[in-house]
Ligand binder design. Structure first.
Ligand SMILES: *Cc1c(COP(=O)(O)O)cnc(C)c1O
Length: 342
């Protein structure tokens, strides 16, 4: 049976156009910076984000970790939201790769602003480690794909910079933020010292992420990427799909958001499920299962009915819409939830 896979937008498969572009891609050795397709992708990403340079990385985790390593010194702290991917899902890499300690803070409904960051900043106190970096995640995955407003991001960057602190954006789903905020991606990227975003999630590319920032920063980043084992050779076959992702796939994200709304409105009506559809702003739904069964039971019962979703713990469940689930699939998923919760 063909499952309706709402576990993540990472499950999206490359489009026919991507596969054709991959087959045709001109390639070279990218460690020598001689892969024309990788170079084209990097120039395209830098231009779209309004940054001097960009670099292709095998994963978003590697992209984030390269940026953390470049911005910090061992022994420093990195401020981040306690539900952030960097804190929860990157295998404590900032401790291993950069010798830094995470200083998690909690934003309101997953949204950080300066009020929450400011008390965590440590600078010049001889008794405690200094803050070296602030990171922001937009959209914030584990908080339900919530979106941070442009003004809040600008405020954090401005105040951070005034204290000499760089600010990095984990924009794995930056184009979901673009779609929700109805702003250009360069406006979101502008205040940040560095940005990471994924090609391999809602944009549908099979592999890869990008980091963007000042030319000198990206140049140093190439060495860290190589140190981490991410110096790839004829990576143009992957970059070709990334170019299609950036040129063709960003405008259809709105469809995923509208499907997420359909799911949210339906789920909110199901007894035992707690979800405020108003809080679903992008393609991710995180809701509470508080009924006769818990989130893990619901995950198992949905699987029997051909629907895949992830229980984050025994109470919380996550569903993610993407290009490979249609509106009809979402309606079927909703019926499956209604049955499973009986
Ligand atoms: C997916 C994701 C990443 C990177 O994930 P990889 O699987 O390493 O590509 C980083 N941050 C967020 C918020 C993500 O959702």
């Amino acid at each position: 049976m063909n499952h309706i896979d709402l576990r993540s937008d990472t499950v999206t498969k490359p489009t026919d156009e991507m596969r054709e572009a991959m087959a045709r891609a001109e390639v070279g050795d990218d460690v020598f910076e001689e892969d024309p397709t990788v170079n084209r992708l990097q120039e395209l990403a830098a231009a779209m984000l309004g940054k001097e340079a960009a670099m292709f990385t095998p994963t978003g985790t590697m992209g984030n970790q390269i940026c953390i390593r470049l911005h910090t010194q061992p022994g420093q702290e990195v401020i981040l939201e306690e539900r952030s991917h960097i804190f929860n899902m990157e295998m404590s890499a900032m401790a291993v790769v950069s010798g830094t300690l995470a200083r998690p803070v909690r934003g309101e409904d997953g949204v950080l602003d300066w009020r929450f960051i400011e008390p965590a900043i440590r600078k010049g106190n001889p008794h405690v480690a200094d803050t070296g970096l602030i990171t922001v995640e937009n959209t914030l995955n584990l908080a339900g794909g919530v979106v941070m407003r442009i003004e809040a991001m600008e405020d954090i960057c401005q105040r951070g910079h005034a204290l000499g602190l760089p600010v990095h954006l984990d924009g794995a789903r930056i184009f979901n933020a673009v779609t929700a905020l109805k702003r250009d991606v360069s406006e979101i990227a502008r205040p940040f010292d560095s940005v990471m975003f994924c090609l391999s999630k809602g944009l549908g590319a099979p592999v890869g992420s990008m980091i963007a920032g000042p030319r000198e920063f990206i140049k140093r980043g190439r060495k860290i990427r190589r140190m981490l084992g991410g110096g790839m050779r004829q990576a143009g076959v992957l970059a070709a799909a990334g170019i299609v992702a950036l040129e063709k796939m960003t405008s259809r994200i709105a469809e995923d958001h509208s499907n997420a709304q359909l799911l949210a409105k339906g789920l909110a009506q199901v007894p035992g499920i707690k979800l405020d559809p108003e809080r679903v702003a992008t393609n991710i739904l995180v809701f509470e299962v508080d009924g006769p069964i818990d989130a893990k039971d619901l995950q198992a019962r949905l699987k029997e009915r051909g629907v895949l979703a992830i229980a984050l713990d025994s109470r919380q469940m996550r569903m993610v819409t993407h290009k490979d689930v249609s509106r009809a699939d979402c309606e079927r998923a909703l019926s499956a939830v209604q049955e499973a919760m009986k």
